[in-house]
Design a protein around this ligand. Sequence first.
Ligand code: ME8
Length: 519
Amino acid sequence: MSEPFYITTAISYPNGRPHIGHAYEAIAADVIARFQRSQGREVRFQTGTDEHGLKMARKAEEQGRTARELADEMSGYFRDMCDGLNISYDRFIRTVEDDHHRASQAIWQAMEKKGDLYLDRYEGWYSVRDEAYYDEKELVEGEGGEKLSPQGTPVEWTVEESWFFRLSNYQDALLKLFNDSPEFLMPDSRRNEMISFVSGGLKDLSVSRTSFDWGVKVPGSNGHVMYVWVDALTNYLTGLGYPDMDGDMAKFWPADLHLIGKDIVRFHTIYWPAFLMSADLPLPKKVFGHGFLLNRGVKESKTLGNVTDPMALADQFGVDTLRYFLMREVAFGQDGSYSAEAIVTRCNAELANSFGNLAQRTLSMIFKNIDGHIEADFAETDADNALTSEVKAACETLQEKFENLAFSDGLDHWMKAVFACNQYVDEQAPWTLKKTDPDRMKAVLLTLFKQVRDLAITVRPVVPAASDRLLDQMGIAADQRDYAALTNDEWYASLAQSGFILEKPEGVFPRLDMPEQEA
Ligand code: ME8
């Protein structure tokens, strides 16, 4: 039986259009989802938009329209981005949806029943940009002497009646979680920060607001809407049908992985597990805080005018190219930098000139020199067997690395196998064998055909459309593209026996032109 796997991204604030960070997270999550499906797991993959809260309400007010209008328009761009980037989500959730309001009210009532909610008055600092409360001692000083959040965003003094969650009750349980289950929060570097935050003492958390009404209503408490993070985090349950504990909740909860950025680790590894413990629900197995993407080393911002539309990059360079670049260039978990030149340099070197070239010259020679015939019997030499073993080992290593979310490293091993194949072509020189030893040429080309198939299947979660176009040309059936197919030793003989004949191949990784240097 296939084991279920539930993965989520953060849900994005649709107060503007998606940026490259949103694309990065969606792509990484999609690679994981496709990788797990390839391993035979039954995957549930959720992404979406986080539409309530003061940030959305204020942005809409600035634009002279309702928050709902703003959310409807912008959420559409996020969904379009996901579709455009070939993100294989099962549900794109919007927090304005009815089932999400129901789920949020249900978890609220469960926390209330536990005795973890009480009414009081909040007096303290709030950052609308971060949608977060801060302690005086956490604030830093801005250039003009003004108070800023530790993320560098403005804070405002807030006084209002509010419901509080007894976060202080969960201090020991959270420390125990970090100590007993180190895999709960990855990468390791993020854990120490959370441990020191919790060890410093947890105050109860203000979880409702009365000064605006754009949110989920607090059940039985007129005038209160939930603090946006209470409802936002609950989205992970909504998508599984909570509060109904049968069906998808029974199957997919607890989540296997919440994939988020490093700036929201506190919400996911302190508040969220505390809410879940309060509601007597199991905790997610893992939260991974990925790094930030920088534009030539600089954070993108509207003020600097360096915000890139990820879809413009995808249009310019291709969806699979962008996906490959992002997973390959940056060590997952760390910050990384991107630029048009870096995308072109990396993808030309590795996709167009190495893997693309290997596939194209292998298939072209089979087409031209042996009329596209994939013959069943040919004698393999030690050199052929050595190459096969090397490729097999690299494909297995990629799987181990991807299992641990070490994408760049996994692709590095895959790339080395591609290099080995290209070196083999050069050494065996099938173009010379054509005249001197046609049987040996055939064996070389057919050995290469096998490697290209294994390499294409292995990298498929990263570049799904290109891999599929290649595998289509190679006659590999759609249901023979999972990792289980890599261990099937019969595939080649069955393909040959099926009478498959390769047609004139078309390259799947075009060479990209270097963009004009910016002034
Ligand atoms: O935080 N590089 O939404 P958001 C990489 N609604 N990732 C980045 C990034 C960058 N430059 N900038 C942002 C929110 N991100 C909340 C989440 S979840 C219950 C609620 C990541 O639109 C960020 O870390 O500000 C987060 O994981 C995601 O993009 C959405 O950010």
